[in-house]
Ligand binder design. Sequence first.
Ligand SMILES: Nc1ncnc2c1ncn2[C@@H]1O[C@H](COP(=O)(O)O)[C@@H](OP(=O)(O)O)[C@H]1O
Ligand SMILES: [Mg+2]
Length: 424
Amino acid sequence: MAARVGLPQQALLASALARSPSPSPARLPYPPLLRLPTYCRFFSASADAGLQNLRRRLPFAARAMSQRSEAAGSPYAAELAAAKKAVSLAARLCQTVQQEIEQSDVQSKADKSPVTVADYGSQILVSLVLNMEVTTGSFSMVAEEDSEDLRKDGAEEILERITDLVNETLAEDASFNILLSQEGILAAIDSGKSEGGPSGRHWVLDPIDGTKGFLRGGQYAIALALLDEGKVVLGVLGCPNLPLSSINNLNGSSSGDQVGALFSATIGCGAEVQSLDGSPPQKISVCSTDNPVNASFFESYEGAHTMHDLTGSIAEKLGVQAPPVRIDSQAKYGALARGDGAIYLRFPYKGYREKIWDHAAGAIVVTEAGGLVTDASGNDLDFSKGRFLDLDTGIIATNKQLMPSLLKAVQEAIKEKDQVPSPL
Ligand SMILES: Nc1ncnc2c1ncn2[C@@H]1O[C@H](COP(=O)(O)O)[C@@H](OP(=O)(O)O)[C@H]1O
Ligand SMILES: [Mg+2]
């Protein structure tokens, strides 16, 4: 296991504050000072040689922003740039943690699902960057994590670890002259408690989608979307372990060497992919096949997240010949959007309620790439109802040519399944 780069947060903060003049308020485009009074401690680190040494020459988060995108003229161009910057920075923290993860970095939530220091760290960084970069309007974010468990007795060590990780990530990027206190860390996490809904603007964040994949060393995504008056208007998916070119075989490996893809889409402007370290964005589109025999389909790696028997039966009815491509997270939506496969099927077990952050970013990336994303009856997904998606069937995604026959196969397979008597 790789050794951790030790940089105690207190020491970093103390050294920075001791050496640096206070920044001029005019140079701080940072609403968090106004919106979250306990959120941040700011400093100018330009004279701090120690910090400069920690920084890479051209931070990829900044580079990714400098590339021209198809969405440059859209009314959401500034939000898109901020979202890409936020996701890229969060991805960097996640990569660091995945390389050196320890048992103490993982906790179990009330619903028994795992949460790691990287889930929290990613949520903090995304909240911080969005607050700094998007200065118009009020800030609202619907995000997966909250700070309740970190405020309990016994959580001091993990809170310190998260604080260190966040501040180390910020210190490595020359575009941030900022460190967070532990109170700021907790406040940043809790800035994701919005209920969303049909009016106004709300960011929607899954700081790590596919935490189980992340822990297995597999696929995961940082998924960020913007809702405006109940509609998803932009989405960004950072997939640090996804090959940049394509997945060209069923094990999910690729022919190209480069790994780490950043998908993005803005309403009416199409979908794009670029490398997480900042290559120019390339337009993407879903595959155009209308023959299911040539189609392959994606589904969850985790058998508990989707009914593999039902999806197998749908694929058989449709005439799909290839075995399923099972990968974690919304990386599936990204891969579908660039035509690595033709279909995504997701059928959770009865009683599971889908959350909006598990689909918002992925859905717009696919629809802007020319695909369709619906529930099992063919209805559009409705992201305006709060933190949950109001559906009790499954979610399917494919191109326009295949959707009619896919819907037919889905209806038949569900009907057949319902007719099989329960073993109980
Ligand atoms: N029983 C269940 N059925 C369906 N989805 C579930 C589930 N339990 C957890 N999930 C969701 O499935 C997501 C992962 O999706 P996938 O299976 O495509 O990798 C999880 O995201 P997190 O990892 O953010 O918690 C979680 O929201
Ligand atoms: Mg998550």
